[in-house]
Write a protein that binds this ligand. Structure first.
Ligand SMILES: Nc1nc2c(ncn2[C@@H]2O[C@H](COP(=O)(O)OP(=O)(O)OP(=O)(O)O)[C@@H](O)[C@H]2O)c(=O)[nH]1
Ligand SMILES: [Mg+2]
Length: 208
């Protein structure tokens, strides 16, 4: 099936502090590789991938990878508009990134709407596999936070390709069933175009 034949298309955003691994997660998912020379994302990049939902429907995920650096905040949050799902990433080895997840969730809900489906992802699990001493956020603490804020939850490693596809799959499944049950035409972003009224500093298509 060609990409454009896909009936369902959803805008998904990656959010979270700088350095938590959003770009690595996206590259791992889209092209099963990692950036050769890691660098902070400037502004916004995006990539697309077709996902099969339980053998029933094929959906196109338009995944927007946003910069975590504070200086790009106004640009990135402007791009949350019309998103129906988000992967909210923190780093399991840096507690502050988990504390800040609350603020990212508020931003997401403010700009994309209260009904956005969020999956909280604790990344860099490979460092915990190496040594438990690296862990600064317990699974229980994160799970409890996710549950009380109506979020899905996974721990991931972009490096070891652990729970990456599963996270997107779970997120897109919930998004798709919710949209099917209660379609919101504005948010089926089939031919999503950049809004000329929004800031677009350094938007680029991901070279995944
Ligand atoms: N150990 C480990 N390191 C990772 C993982 N994912 C990313 N990293 C490293 O963490 C650093 C930051 O990764 P990025 O993907 O650029 O982080 P980001 O969240 O996109 O950062 P911004 O673009 O600034 O918002 C890089 O040095 C990556 O190699 C992971 O799963 N495990
Ligand atoms: Mg990045």
């Amino acid at each position: 099936m060609a990409d454009d034949d896909t009936k369902y298309s959803y805008k998904i955003v990656l959010a979270g502090d700088t350095g938590v691994g959003k770009t690595n997660i996206l590259r791992r998912f889209v092209s099963d590789s990692l950036p050769k020379t890691p660098h902070p994302t400037i502004g916004v990049e995006f990539a697309t991938k077709i996902i099969d939902i339980e053998g029933k429907d094929k959906v196109k995920a338009q995944i927007w990878d946003t910069a975590g650096q504070e200086r790009y905040k106004s640009i990135t949050s402007a791009h949350y508009r019309n998103a129906v799902g988000a992967l909210l990433v923190y780093d399991v080895t840096r507690h502050q990134t988990f504390v800040n997840a609350k603020r990212w969730a508020e931003e997401l809900r403010f700009h994309a709407g209260e009904d956005i489906i969020v999956l909280l992802a604790g990344n860099k699990l490979d460092l915990v596999h190496k040594s438990q001493e690296n862990r600064q956020v317990s699974r229980e603490e994160a799970e409890k936070f996710a549950k009380s804020n109506g979020m899905l939850f996974k721990e991931t490693s972009a490096y070891e390709n652990e729970n990456i596809a599963e996270s997107f799959q779970e997120l897109l499944k919930d998004v798709h069933y919710k949209q099917k049950a209660n379609p919101s035409p504005k948010k089926n972003v089939k031919n999503y175009k950049l809004d000329p009224n929004q800031p677009q500093a350094n938007e680029s298509k991901c070279s995944c």
